[in-house]
Ligand binder design. Structure first.
Ligand SMILES: [Zn+2]
Length: 190
């Protein structure tokens, strides 16, 4: 089952998502739906709040960009109850985009190394360190669990310059090859 992607300005994207219990109803279905929705919209990662579920889950599959970023070739994971416990390394810039903010890319500074604790879909606990591009993708998706979007992480000047564009995006002025939900619209799965 796939879901439409919530677009910038939708209040669910700004909520701090909550941890779930092991017996959370429909967990495997939700993870399958996140992967299906991510593949359909050609993203590398997708967080549950982006489909309207305010829980601390995100999925990543780097296969589509493995030609450009070989380290992502075999990286396919679901992170449940994710918590980043450490970040280190000098913040480095890289261009980012987001399915919830179509047609917009900005340079974002992020730390190069992170430590993250989470459960996988078999409810096995992990405490892992990542660096490089994988650490960046994880940090981007993880931000969604805290109600943070990559445009929050640009300079104050860029933020001012982006205000009009973001406003237009929240009103539906963008091109996307996937289904979307604007602020105020209803979420319907297919
Ligand atoms: Zn995003």
């Amino acid at each position: 089952m796939t879901y439409p992607i919530l677009i910038y300005g939708h209040p669910i994207l700004r909520k701090v998502a909550t941890d779930i219990d092991k017996d959370y109803s429909g967990l495997q279905q939700l993870i399958d739906d996140l992967f299906d929705t991510m593949y359909k919209s050609e993203g590398v990662g997708l967080a549950a709040p982006q489909i309207g579920k305010s829980v601390r889950i995100f999925v990543i599959d780097g296969a589509p960009v493995s030609d450009d970023i070989p380290e992502l070739a075999d990286f396919k994971k679901a992170f449940i109850n994710a918590h980043i416990t450490e970040r280190s390394g000098d913040p480095e810039p890289m261009s980012e985009g987001c399915l919830s903010i179509p047609n917009l890319r900005e340079e974002v500074y992020r730390e190069s190394t992170i430590r993250i604790q989470y459960y996988d879909p078999d409810w096995t606990y992990h405490d892992e360190v990542y660096e490089g591009y994988i650490a960046r993708v994880i940090q981007h998706e993880y931000d969604h669990l805290d109600g943070v979007l990559f445009t929050d992480r640009v300079s104050p000047l860029r933020k001012r310059l982006l205000r009009g564009k973001l406003n237009a995006i929240s009103k539906g002025k963008f091109e996307a090859d996937y289904r979307t939900v604007l602020p105020g619209q209803k979420i319907r799965s297919l």
